[in-house]
Ligand binder design. Structure first.
Ligand code: GLN
Length: 191
């Protein structure tokens, strides 16, 4: 069967675990580089991107995840995870990131008036809009040539993909709708 990993250093990893289990996938919590062995994909969850990045560095998971991706592993970053996979973080050139997705992000960009909200967001290839939960979400402010925008909210990309890397600035693990998790399983298991 298929085993998908969820980075479990910090943040909303348990909710991702439950969503994949509802879909019948086996899930492994990843805390050390060796936990990546044999996985087809890895989720980098929401949480706090600077804390998560520091812990990744401490355990050598930053290099291990880049290597996992280079060997064909699929990666999905949600919210803070989308910041971690980005190429550029606006105004924070020093913040550790993996640079696996050619996007520029601005942290906490929806957090001024309303820190958290839910919106029905149409996603490419899905018959019905998705109930997207935004929590101090980053804004995707630039996308490179090879990046496919899969969803937009208020004119900004909120879900994007490039090869085997997926990012969503909202939290599909919190909406009780597992369609984005199902999409990631397809990406992770496609030849
Ligand atoms: N604001 C957080 C960050 O910048 C992300 C918030 C989230 O993951 N819900 O790391």
């Amino acid at each position: 069967g298929v085993t998908v990993g969820v980075l479990a250093l910090q943040g909303a990893f348990r909710e991702h675990r439950r969503a994949f289990e509802r879909l019948g996938a086996a899930v492994r919590e990843v805390r050390l580089p060796e936990h990546l062995t044999g996985l087809c994909g890895l989720v980098i969850p929401g949480g706090e991107s600077t804390t998560m990045a520091k812990l990744m560095r401490t355990y050598g998971l930053d290099e291990a995840i880049v290597d996992f991706h280079a060997r064909g592993g699929a990666i999905w970053g949600t919210c803070a995870g989308a910041i971690v996979v980005a190429r550029e973080i606006e105004g924070r050139p020093e913040q550790l990131r993996l640079g696996l997705l050619d996007v520029k992000v601005a942290r906490n960009a929806y957090g001024r008036q309303v820190a958290s909200f839910e919106a029905e967001v149409p996603i490419a290839g899905m018959a019905r809009p998705f109930p997207a939960v935004f929590i101090r979400a980053p804004r995707i402010t630039g996308v490179g040539e090879g990046v496919e925008v899969l969803a937009e909210y208020a004119g900004d990309p909120v879900m994007a993909a490039q090869g085997r890397v997926l990012a969503s600035v909202f939290h599909p693990e919190l909406s009780g709708d597992d369609r984005v998790h199902a999409r990631f399983l397809e990406l992770a298991t496609s030849p």
